[in-house]
Design a protein around this ligand. Sequence first.
Ligand code: MG
Length: 158
Amino acid sequence: MRIGHGYDAHRFEPGRPLILGGVTIPFDRGLAAHSDGDAVIHALCDAMLGAAALGDIGNHFPDSDARLRNIDSRILLRRVMDLLRENGLKVGNADVTIVAQVPKLAAHIPAMRAHLAGDMNVDPGCISVKATTTEKMGFTGREEGIAVHAVVLLEPRR
Ligand code: MG
């Protein structure tokens, strides 16, 4: 088994959709990014690339690449799954923690898990997504943006 950790943080920006775990969440701000800003998928991809020792999301999908502008991060997630497959690896389970003071995310978590599990070709029972605040402390607490941590376990494909 191989373990990996991923972390991502993005700043809020008005006038963009807020997309987390492939789900568009009704809110007055989105996340500033070259891609669609889906920090959940970015942290998850980095955890999987880390577990496989295959670099990071910035190596594979550089923000200098104009073709990736506003790209749906689910496309990046599926490309990372292809890389794992090519390297003889599959996902055992993943655990994601979203750190956000706003908006409230609990109602959207089942849809995030379903989207992620679908793209990763695993049972939703293998994908955990949790959300927490920081009790108004720090940059997430000041509502400047959202941070995401992800841990993933990879197993050899048989
Ligand atoms: Mg990111």
